[in-house]
Design a protein around this ligand. Sequence first.
Ligand SMILES: [Fe+2]
Length: 188
Amino acid sequence: MEMTREKAWDLFSQYVDSESLIKHSLAVEASMIKLAKTFDEDVEKWSCCGLLHDIDFQKYPEQHPIKGPEILKEAGYPEEFCLAVKGHSDDTNTPRTTKMAKTLYAVDQLSSFVVACALVRPTKFEGMKVKSVKKKMKDKAFARAVDRDGLKKGAEELGIELSELTQYVIDGLKEREEELSKMGMSLI
Ligand SMILES: [Fe+2]
């Protein structure tokens, strides 16, 4: 099957209409796009992977993220793609063997965390510094749903400094936010 963002969006829309999940999915997609460009990988494929990674979360929360890869397989997505989605949660015990799988795991929670940081800044992503994001990581009361050890583990598995990864995520989200705002949408 030809993997296009348009097809991914059609499938995504069949399973997700929750505003918060749409925003989270778009944010993870934005980070995946940025990292695909950085690593010189397939941008369209990584974009689809980011967008679709939580496709089961709204309709099948009890089966997340087992059901998602099944939906994707059914829709014709390749094994490697489905495994990356399955592996984005430690609960499935699925080894992350590809760069795309490792990146998805590393940016999933980190993207949400950076969005949470933007929410409490008047200028949102504009002028956001890695240093201030890392400071917030040390503040246990802030965005407490985000597991800090998971953030470190994700960067480690990917073989990149968490600070460097955070910079890519900030840049990716900022760029995407500018594009989305022209369409009357927002990651925040
Ligand atoms: Fe996610």
